[in-house]
Design a protein around this ligand. Structure first.
Ligand SMILES: Cc1cc2nc3c(=O)[nH]c(=O)nc-3n(C[C@H](O)[C@H](O)[C@H](O)COP(=O)(O)O)c2cc1C
Length: 191
């Protein structure tokens, strides 16, 4: 392959489209966040940590700062319109609280979306300012998967049908096919 220099652009896509929830004035507020990361894959007694990179101007950030809690909801394709809507309209000017049915886990200020196949409630463990963004690192206190999205006792991504985010061409994509098994596929090259 011959490569063309494209400047210093971040090309780490696709990423996952998520809907982040927090509580403001006693009501949920939602925003789309695609710049999400896995910070610590936890063990038996070690928590899992994930990150969300949020511009400090967002209304949702205020709720996260106030309560130190937020939720990360993974919408399926059928929620694409609503997921996009919460990414273009601010809770500062429009009440987004009634858009989804919610449920609560352990935390009081991390409302989760019933219509999302996968959701996680998080407690802020750290906040880091990186460039222009407030990066909240959340300890996952509880994670929830819709019953119909299990296959052999594990969440099945095909059933979750997540919305992949492509900032390079500003597009949403769906998941492709299962093509191999990590930690096994490369074994043939070991010998
Ligand atoms: C698909 C999508 C992904 C987005 N990802 C991010 C992101 O990762 N970080 C960010 O700061 N804003 C992101 N946004 C923008 C916010 O979701 C948007 O500004 C939202 O209206 C903020 O809502 P709020 O002011 O009610 O919190 C994204 C928007 C869309 C449509």
């Amino acid at each position: 392959m011959h490569h063309k220099h494209t400047g210093g652009a971040n090309l780490l896509y696709p990423s996952l489209t998520t809907i982040v929830g927090a509580v403001l004035d006693g009501k949920p507020n939602w925003m789309a966040i695609a710049h999400v990361g896995i910070m610590n894959h936890g063990g038996k007694d070690v928590p899992h940590y994930i990150s969300i990179s949020c511009h400090p101007s967002h209304h949702t950030n205020e709720g996260i700062r106030e309560h130190g809690e937020f939720s990360v909801n993974i919408p399926g394709r059928s929620l694409m319109e609503k997921a996009d809507y919460v990414g273009i309209v601010s809770g500062k000017t429009r009440d987004k609280s009634g858009l989804f049915d919610t449920f609560q886990g352990t935390l009081n200020h991390a409302p989760m979306i019933k219509e999302c196949p996968v959701t996680m409630e998080c407690r802020v463990a750290q906040k880091v300012i990186v460039g222009e963004h407030e990066v909240f690192i959340g300890e996952i206190v509880g994670s929830y998967v819709a019953e119909e999205c299990f296959e052999n006792g594990k969440p099945d991504l095909k059933k979750v049908d997540p919305i992949l985010f492509d900032f390079t061409r500003i597009r949403y994509w769906s998941l492709g096919e299962y093509i191999g098994d990590p930690w096994r596929t490369g074994k043939s090259l070991k010998s």
